[in-house]
Ligand binder design. Sequence first.
Ligand code: 4NP
Length: 162
Amino acid sequence: MGEPFRILFVCLGNICRSPLAEGVFRQQVQEAGLSERFVIASAGTGGWHVGSPPDPRMCATASARGVEIGHQRGRHLAPGDLLHHELVLGMDRQNVANIRKLAPRDLPPSRIELFRSFDPEPGTMEVPDPYYGDDRGFEEVFEIVERTSGALLEHIRGLRGW
Ligand code: 4NP
């Protein structure tokens, strides 16, 4: 079957946006019958929440839509992550800038992208940070992540002929 496609979702804390993207994408991959072909992970550019489960508000929003993310634990983005993933997706521009700072010079630039560059709906290109907001912010993040993740999966399937 060849090498799996290794994909990493990155935000600031790794307790809201990127754990959700990891969980939603994994579920969509599973529903497509492609679990064997992917290795899916997430990480934060900040290290405050290493070892912590995702934010309970993000867990609740995801669970209400049928996606369980409560088993995930926070990871801090490490330079080696850039070598071991085919695609590293930042949730906002600051994330992408911080990811690029860790990248070796010879890394192909296309390995690091904004997650929402795959969003089929025109918008800001950033997933807003819901951490200091209310529940509506978490709902909005879910909707953005769900549709962008679906389009991302179609993109990769097209690339690989899956
Ligand atoms: P995330 O949200 O980057 O989507 O996980 C945040 C979580 C925690 C913090 C900031 C953003 N924080 O400052 O602790």
